[in-house]
Design a protein. Sequence first.
Length: 144
Amino acid sequence: MRAVFAFLAGSLFGAGLFVSGMTDTRKVQGWLDIFGNWDPTLAFVMGGAILPMAIAWRIAEKRRFALLGDAMPPAPTPKLGRNLVLGSVMFGMGWGLVGLCPGPAIASLSYGGFEGLIFLAAMLVGMATMPSVRGWLDRPAEAQ
């Protein structure tokens, strides 16, 4: 049953990415180009995502068990740290340079073409090397 719900949720998410234009790199880069030819239409996509998630988080914080019976995970700590800042900067650089983030990048593979495969390969290399980079960053300053 869990696989069915995962498939349905993933299908709905992917369809939303296509319909909203999040897999169109020109549209995403137009959204990020606030000092040039700015395209504000993705603000509606963001609003359409933030509002239901705010409601879902309010409902989820009152529940002890998920719909499939598992215990609800604890809420994340709202701590701003180096890992969050560095991860956000890396995500933003990739999003701004290419116009894709991981979800739309995977969904855009269905378009075909070599560029999506290059981005996916670079993303996987980054994900694979991040644990060693994080270990290097977490070492005390005097050990470096």
